[in-house]
Design a protein around this ligand. Structure first.
Ligand code: B12
Ligand code: SF4
Length: 495
């Protein structure tokens, strides 16, 4: 069968497509795990975000798919709905499948759309079994993790147990299936690689626990190295390790760094997401090793610098340093210090606008970002389906905006007990633009040609809505913020 797999074009503030266009790891993993006789095309629509209608239309016409699959996050749901309608119009008999975080956690939202199947949770084996059943005209009731139509109603098969990655059941991704070009991270071709799945923490804002429970499974190093080599052979110079929490097992992570070095794969650049506690407690050995292995940017889940906010986010444990098993205080500064001493840049993940936040507590976090992080990645708490945080925001009546396309992390959709949502966003937006500018010289050293050629576009993105007058302080900045919000609304109309 011909199978077309699509990821959505929607991007958010901290990932301007002028500088960052990353592949979706789920789709190539699905493509690598279907039966080999299928023809699969993977299209990451971020590579064509200004021509979504034309791209989807020409792909459906030329590739003539019998099955179309979409990978969707919550803020992409509206775009997904529009793409589904377009595909159905172009090819009325096509079978449409949705998967990913949003269809898995808000399955009911897709029952009203024109889709045939919903894959919940991990998709490789469910999708393979679904294709077999569709091809052979067989029943679907035995396929775990699948929801499907039975006349007017939807049937939901039982959940699929999470995959034990250790047993080799999941084959390598199929990157050759990609049909669009132009992946980049600051001018270097980027690819994504997984070394593990899952996490045993339970931060209140994170979807991972409802998605798969609290567990951690790992691929063998042999497979991880083969995957990195494959990404490299397909042109990647930068690898984003997309593990949910690679630092959960620090000894394994250290061994992985050694394996990367021994395999000579440390000539690539690596980006990774990490916990502050792991880096604070093991930084002395871990950080130099990471640098030798090629790690350059580390996304740190700091979340907030105030203990009360960390309690709300249920993120205190993962931000606590340990010394011989004893609590040694907040881990953030020590973690940042180890990374900086070892020439790595810190992407500082912070969440501001939590229920008890005041302007002062938000400003304290912004001041921290200004002083310590290299690239701010500041977000607002966002009530994604079925997270514990969503429940609390609902109970406290703090959700102010139900337009899901704005649930992109940098639009404040909840208010605090003391500050309106829009004010929270304004304060963050106003400060964060300038913090980003300060990283320009470092980015220039890291990727000189890219920054020289694209600096005007990058600045134009960061300062959307501003005029010379507002930058010089001759116009009220709130006017620029209003224009920024209007531009952002327009940008969201991908199709
Ligand atoms: C890596 C990652 C990123 C990377 C993305 C790199 C990339 N292009 O892939 C970065 C850091 C850039 C990023 C950014 C964002 N992310 Co993110 N990210 C993740 C993370 C850590 C892992 C995702 C991943 O690649 N997993 C590996 C793949 C193989 O697994 P998977 O995606 O789950 O896919 C499996 C199944 O879902 C299913 N499946 C998926 N798609 C499909 C499609 C079909 C047809 C089928 C059948 C099955 C299927 O099968 C796959 C294989 O088993 C998750 C989870 C977490 N712990 O935080 C969050 C997560 C997905 N991100 C999230 C969000 C909100 C965002 C942002 C909006 C804001 C933010 N928090 O930074 C931005 C938006 C990015 C953009 N488009 O502009 C949310 C989504 C919540 C939701 N309900 O939508 C998550 C769950 C984190 C959270 N808050 O809980 N993210
Ligand atoms: S540590 Fe990271 S992956 Fe684990 S629950 Fe918290 S935010 Fe999610």
């Amino acid at each position: 069968m011909n199978i077309l797999l699509l990821s959505m074009p929607d991007y958010f503030e901290h990932m301007p497509p002028v500088a960052i266009r990353m592949p979706n790891g789920a789709l190539t993993s699905l493509a690598g795990n279907v039966d080999r006789h299928h023809r699969v095309a993977v299209a990451d629509l971020i590579l064509s975000y200004r021509r979504v209608r034309e791209t989807v239309t020409s792909m459906v016409r030329e590739f003539n798919p019998e099955v179309v699959g979409l990978s969707v996050m919550t803020f992409q749901r509206r775009t997904a709905g529009r793409i589904i309608a377009l595909v159905r119009e172009l090819q009325p008999t096509v079978k449409i499948v949705v998967g990913g975080y949003d269809p898995s956690l808000a399955c009911e939202a897709y029952e009203g759309m024109d889709v045939d199947y919903i894959v919940r949770g991990e998709g490789e084996v469910t999708f393979r079994e679904l294709l077999r059943a569709v091809e052979q005209g067989k029943g679907l009731d035995h396929i775990c993790g699948l929801s499907y139509r039975d006349g007017d109603r939807w049937l939901h098969n039982s959940n699929r147990p999470v995959h034990r990655l250790e047993d080799g059941e999941i084959r390598l991704p199929n990157r050759a299936a990609r049909v669009l070009k132009g992946y980049t991270l600051l001018g270097r071709q980027v690819d994504v690689v997984e070394t593990s799945r899952g996490c045993t923490y339970d931060c209140s804002f994170c979807s991972i626990i409802e998605m798969r429970g609290r567990n951690f499974h790992t691929y063998s190093f042999e497979r991880v190295l083969a995957d990195i080599r494959d990404a490299h052979e397909h042109g990647a110079r930068t690898i984003f390790l997309v593990d949910d929490n690679i630092t959960l097992n620090v000894h394994r992570f250290e061994a992985l760094c050694h394996a990367i070095i021994e395999a000579g794969l440390n000539k690539l650049d690596y980006f990774v997401q990490a916990m502050t506690s792991a880096l604070a407690s093991h930084g002395e050995t871990l950080a130099p090793l990471m640098y030798r292995a090629g790690f350059r940017y580390v996304f740190l889940g700091i979340e907030n610098i105030l203990d009360s906010d960390l309690q709300f986010l249920r993120a205190a444990a993962k931000n606590t340093a340990r010394d011989n098993g004893h609590n040694a205080g907040n881990a953030t500064l020590t973690a940042i210090d180890w990374l900086h001493r070892n020439k790595m840049y810190v992407v500082g993940g912070l969440i501001v606008g939590n229920p008890e936040d005041t302007i002062e507590s938000i400003e304290a976090n912004l001041a921290f970002a200004r002083q310590y992080v290299d690239w701010p990645y500041i977000q607002h708490p966002t009530p994604y389906p079925r997270t514990p945080m969503t429940q609390e925001f609902l109970e406290r009546g703090l959700i102010m905006n139900e337009r899901l396309e704005e649930y992109d992390g940098t639009t404040a959709v909840v208010r605090t007990e003391h500050v309106p949502a829009e004010e929270v966003e304004y304060v963050r937006w106003k400060a964060e633009r300038w913090i980003k500018v300060r990283h320009m010289p470092a980015a220039l050293r890291h990727d000189p040609w890219f920054v020289v050629l694209h600096a005007p576009q990058m600045l134009a993105h960061t300062f959307r809505g501003c005029t010379l007058l507002s930058v010089l302080g001759l116009e009220n900045v709130r006017k620029a913020f209003e224009r920024y919000k209007a531009i952002r609304r327009q940008e969201r109309e991908y199709i």
